[in-house]
Design a protein around this ligand. Structure first.
Ligand SMILES: [Mg+2]
Length: 370
């Protein structure tokens, strides 16, 4: 019997990777971490005369893994078969662990493969996925615990009054005693009409979070993100059950594999599920999380990396909004032509550009190369 080998329409010719370290404007912190720089692993995948780009924000170990393990798996395979490649990459890292660094590395590659597919097929990724909305709502995110009071207010009001984004999120949890006053001052500064969110990055105990939630509710805080340690699903669920009904509990930024997101929903640990395209398996992974949210009737909000996320967000049925995170907005403006710009609290995919619509400003990025 004659065997027919599958036709490789667009064999992957080359995978290249760079890591960049970009200092922040100044020292920054949230409830549980302090940092002064952001590391980006940037991936290019070439096939059929086109080059797709993707990236993740993670340790340079992501770049090492792409170089040492993932690149050779892709070479010669059909670049258009994003689902098959996603499975092949996941299988390859079995012994390294599918979460964490490995998932971030796969995410960067997957975003590059979707960008490449769009470029080869001359279509924007949102069109390939099936657009659900033309304008993607954003929320401004930053409000670091390292900011002095005046700096905090300047930063938070800029999202609302200068960028025209009527939803903002600030960090809390480093000094919980001081947080009600910080939150009240931000509420006064942004006005009553803007939505105000807080993110503890897992800094609180359950009782502490519930006590803060009561006080934040007086300031119309409608979103309390990761009140307790993210792996404590029972603790997050306890906060979600007992927090004021006007306040949603959100979780999911450290979700990597799909079953982790299912576990969060099973536990009741999130009223709104969050997912990060650069962690959860790229655009392929993000769309799977959206399907999970659809099955459970739960809203989905994307975490960080807005430029890598916008097209998937435009196609996600359950999307609430995209996090327009200060550090990443700054980096993506520096690094990419085509980074999204807010307009009336939303951003639109540029459908005149194929793929995810980004082009690396190579010279500008080079000074940050590791
Ligand atoms: Mg967060």
């Amino acid at each position: 019997m004659q065997t027919i080998s599958p036709r490789v329409a667009c064999p992957v010719e080359r995978v290249t990777v760079r890591a960049y370290r970009i200092p922040t404007e100044g020292p920054e912190s949230d409830g549980t971490l302090e940092w002064d720089a952001t590391t980006m692993t940037y991936v290019e995948v070439a096939a059929a005369g086109e080059v797709g780009i993707g990236y993740t924000y993670g340790d340079a170990a992501c770049a090492t893994l792409v170089r040492s393990t993932l690149a050779s798996v892709l070479e010669g395979k059909d670049a258009l078969q994003t689902a098959a490649l996603h499975g092949t990459l996941a299988a390859k890292v079995r012994n390294d662990g599918i979460t964490g660094i490995a998932s971030m590395a796969i995410s960067a590659v997957d975003v590059a493969l979707w960008d490449l597919k769009g470029k080869i097929l001359r279509a924007p990724v949102c069109t390939l996925l099936g657009t659900a909305r033309e304008r993607v709502p954003l929320y401004g995110s930053g409000g670091f615990t390292s900011y002095a009071p005046g700096q905090l207010l300047e930063h938070m009001t800029a999202w609302v009054h200068e960028s025209g984004i009527p939803r903002v999120k600030m960090k809390i949890g480093r000094d919980p005693e001081a947080d009600p006053k910080r939150v009240a001052s931000v509420r006064r500064a942004i006005g009553r009409d803007a939505e105000l969110y807080v993110d503890a990055n897992g800094a609180c105990s359950v009782k502490q979070a519930l006590s803060l939630a009561e006080r934040f509710a007086c300031e119309d805080v409608s979103w309390f993100e990761e009140p307790v340690y993210h792996r404590d699903l029972a603790g997050n669920a306890a906060v979600a059950r007992s927090a004021p009904s006007s306040m949603e509990i959100s979780n999911g930024e450290y979700g990597y594999a799909l079953d982790e997101f299912a576990s969060m929903l099973d536990a009741g640990a999130a009223d709104v599920l969050q997912a990060d395209v650069t962690r959860c398996g790229g655009i392929t992974g993000f769309m799977a999380v959206d399907a999970l949210c659809d099955a459970r009737s739960v809203p989905l909000s994307s975490h960080c990396a807005p430029a890598a996320t916008l097209h998937a967000a435009a196609a996600a049925k359950r999307l609430r909004h995209v996090e327009y995170f200060f550090d990443h907005v700054r980096i993506e403006r520096m690094f990419f032509d085509g980074a999204p710009e807010p307009d009336g609290g939303a951003a639109a995919c540029d459908t005149t550009r194929p793929g995810i619509g980004l082009e690396l400003k190579r010279q500008d990025a080079e000074r940050y190369a590791l």
